[in-house]
Design a protein around this ligand. Structure first.
Ligand code: PXG
Length: 442
């Protein structure tokens, strides 16, 4: 492809400043392992695993081959009332990886669909048990659960909710857990903040009554909003309150799933067993869209056993649930994670990564740094009257210098592929430092 042999106008880009992008496009045309290749022939170190999804690095031959082979063998198989072996194999493997009795898997095609599926399963579960009055869904401020109406309604990022977010469900939101006075510059899980979980009982259950509440959904580590790490003891307390009142607890692990925080799931990192886990992104290493909900056996049993046999038990699904190309990519990705022990690698690298990112503490404008596993957030002081502009400028400087980072508001988020080397961690952090020094003058 030659630069300039296509027009930029027709494509309405998602979550993008379209006019700004189209005035100065940033185009990737290739990728391998830790790097992207730009249209103008530059190599860019991937500090974000694409969008938090390419956990094993780019264009891994085993995954590429599996997708090719599947495309030649069987392109599509009907998802309803028919099956193909790959979908059953991936479900079995994911169920084995998941903690506790989370051993049934429902497939979707994205994180947003996984979240909407989980919310619907929560409603279906309560109804199947004769508690159809449980319909309130509880999310958290600053949470991100995708762009569908369900996920957006329980989500808590104001810009996403402003136009569409308050129309559907009966929802409520917990306070988020970040407080710069109390837990800035924490390494790993901060010590302050477990008490914030009590709001679930003291305000939300007191207000709505437990008998009307179906589920609580949180990201164990909130990614999109700028990396908010769960305070020690916080998720344990949420779990205990949910247990006391019969509420389902859903962990949205679309970002944290498949090794990002060290173990396969953040649920294991914090030692809390939720009732459902939503995943996407890393399950196929980002190579083919796929999402999934992993549910505890009792939830599957309650819904399935409530219907007469030969009747569809859950009226929900997608044309592409368990798509053969996605299941082929997932099987190969799980092979690569296992063969290369990538989750263990993430655990081993975490303290080096932590020291490296915290070395940016004295850089201009840095007001907080936080990390867990191979994720970090570096928060900058916003420019008065121009929020997000400083971090976006840092993003552009890094890109010019050959490093891809992700920014949200005035927070730089790092989530490199788990194959990153120590040298590449130094390059990533060194480049951010250089960018911050440059924009420090502005
Ligand atoms: N839940 C969580 C926790 C997510 O992070 C979704 C659901 C929705 O997934 P889909 O596949 O529908 O996009 C997400 C997505 C970013 C960024 O840079 C984060 C996401 C997507 C794109 C960018 O913070 N998370």
């Amino acid at each position: 492809m030659n630069p300039g042999d296509y027009d930029l106008d027709a494509y309405w880009m998602p979550f993008t400043a379209n006019r700004q992008f189209k005035a100065a496009p940033r185009m990737f045309v290739g990728a391998a392992d830790m790097h992207y290749l730009t249209e103008d022939g530059r190599k860019v170190l991937d500090g974000t695993a694409g969008l938090w999804c390419v956990n094993a690095g780019h264009c891994r031959p085993k995954i590429v081959e599996a997708i090719k082979r599947q495309a030649e063998t069987m392109d599509y198989s009907p998802a309803f009332q028919m099956g193909h072996p790959g979908a059953f194999r991936v479900a079995e493997r994911v169920a084995k990886l998941a903690p506790g009795d989370l051993d049934h898997v429902f497939f979707a095609n994205s994180g947003s669909e996984a979240v909407d599926s989980a919310l619907k399963i929560a409603l279906a579960y309560h109804r199947a048990r004769g508690e159809g009055h449980r319909t309130v869904l509880v999310g958290r401020e600053r949470g991100y659960h995708g762009a569908g109406f369900g996920g957006m309604s329980v989500g808590g990022i104001p810009a996403n909710r402003k136009v569409f977010g308050n129309m559907l469900f009966r929802v409520d939101h917990l306070a988020h857990t970040h407080n710069p006075q109390e837990n800035a510059f924490s390494r790993g899980q901060p010590g302050w903040g477990a008490h914030l979980a009590d709001e679930l009982e003291q305000r939300i259950i007191a207000l709505h009554d437990a008998s009307n509440i179906a589920a609580v959904i949180v990201e164990p580590m909130a990614g999109s909003t700028g990396v908010l790490i769960p305070p020690k003891g916080y998720l344990e307390r949420l779990r205990a309150i949910c247990d006391r009142h019969g509420l389902l607890l859903i962990f949205d692990e679309v970002i944290t799933g498949f090794g990002r925080t060290g173990p396969c799931f953040a649920a294991e990192a914090v030692g809390v067993l939720p009732d459902m886990i939503t995943v996407a992104k890393g399950i196929t290493n980002g190579a083919v869209p796929m999402g999934a909900v992993i549910v505890r056996r009792g939830i599957y049993d309650a819904v399935v056993d409530s219907a007469p046999s030969a009747v569809i038990e859950l009226f929900h699904g997608y044309t592409y649930s368990g798509h053969p190309l996605a299941t082929a990519a997932a099987e190969a990705s799980l092979d690569v994670f296992e063969e290369e022990q990538l989750f263990g690698r993430a655990r081993e690298l975490a303290s080096y990564f932590e020291d490296a990112v915290h070395s940016l503490r004295e850089m201009p404008h840095v007001i907080d740094i936080r990390n867990m596993g191979l994720v970090a957030g570096i928060e900058l002081e916003p420019r008065p009257g121009a929020p997000a502009s400083r971090a976006f400028q840092a993003f552009l400087r890094c890109y010019e210098k050959g490093v891809l980072v992700r920014t949200t508001g005035d927070i730089i988020a790092l989530s490199p592929p788990l194959i990153i080397s120590r040298q590449q961690i130094d390059e990533l952090v060194g480049t951010i430092g250089a960018a911050l020094r440059e924009i420090g003058r502005d």
